[in-house]
Write a protein that binds this ligand. Structure first.
Ligand code: SF4
Ligand code: SF4
Length: 69
């Protein structure tokens, strides 16, 4: 069974540059207290744009247990 992927920020890698925010089509990412990015999992559609955009490889795609619809 296929599983959905969702973006997850690695806080210790993130430099809060804001690049991922600009490319996310779902506006699922915000910067938490100016220190690192966080992804709202409910909004993320797993398009991987943020992962490609991040200059420090601070975003990983993680499988979720939700079914792909
Ligand atoms: S994978 Fe796509 S939808 Fe999810 S947070 Fe990254 S840019 Fe946004
Ligand atoms: S692009 Fe990478 S370093 Fe920049 S805010 Fe997003 S996760 Fe952090």
């Amino acid at each position: 069974m296929a599983k959905k992927q969702k973006a997850e920020v690695i806080p210790k890698s993130c430099v809060a540059c804001g690049s991922c925010l600009k490319v996310c089509p779902k506006k699922a990412i915000s910067i938490w207290k100016g220190s690192y990015a966080i992804v709202e999992k409910e909004k993320c559609v797993g398009c991987r744009r943020c992962e490609r955009e991040c200059p420090v490889n601070g975003i990983e795609m993680r499988e979720t247990h939700e079914k792909v619809v």
